[in-house]
Ligand binder design. Sequence first.
Ligand code: ADP
Ligand code: MG
Length: 252
Amino acid sequence: MRENETILVTEDLTKEFAGFIAVSGVNLRVARGSIHALIGPNGAGKTTCFNLLTKFLKPTRGRILYKGRDITALAPADVARLGLVRSFQISAVFPHLTVIENVRIALQRARGGSFDFWRSRKVLDVYDGRARELIDDVGLSAFADLPAVELPYGRKRALEIATTLALDPEMLLLDEPTAGMGHEDIDRISHLIKRVAADRTVLMVEHNLSVVSNLSDCITVLTRGRVLAEGPYAEVAVNPEVREAYMGTGHG
Ligand SMILES: Nc1ncnc2c1ncn2[C@@H]1O[C@H](COP(=O)(O)OP(=O)(O)O)[C@@H](O)[C@H]1O
Ligand SMILES: [Mg+2]
């Protein structure tokens, strides 16, 4: 891990919606190999920022550099091909295929295989070994042959992460990985993110501050589209402006 290297940079990243500035002049620097969290109150611009990074939205102004390369104008698929991958949403998992079938398909896609999985069961078997490894990594071995639709919520998110890891990303973008989870699932996903980040960079939008404090090397706090503070949790958490804007006195 080359910690002092920056893998992702944004310069003056700005997004306006019909005159409303949702993200305003954001300069981010994400260190390679780190877990970096983007936090802030509702409406701060986190999701918009995330969508800009994953190319689901076009910035009004500013640049995004990944490994020194300007990716501002690239399409999401091209960015993914460079190793910057967004965790798929649940809807991207095929509900009636089993856990292992979902991961095998993701592996096949990663290898540029065609998408006609229904008639290439044999081809998919080639990926079986790697798929089982990934399923094991995310703690889903016991669920391998269960249709995705039958998984409990937290396990579905783990499956999403497995299908994302199938693309072997160098940098992983996670949008609220623990949203809607109970304590047990939160613990499990937290451990998983930690493990996954051992040889990767992770940037996540996350609401749960205990998850953020446990996992993050660096935190960027957004309010009203702007960066309010940045640094390790211990520093950011005692910043009076952050406490006022985000955590509220007596909370964080
Ligand atoms: N497509 C859109 N059109 C208009 N306004 C939007 C759009 N998306 C987000 N916004 C506004 O931008 C602000 C930031 O939203 P968002 O990025 O979702 O914040 P967060 O994820 O931090 O809660 C909010 O005020 C929201 O209403
Ligand atoms: Mg949001």
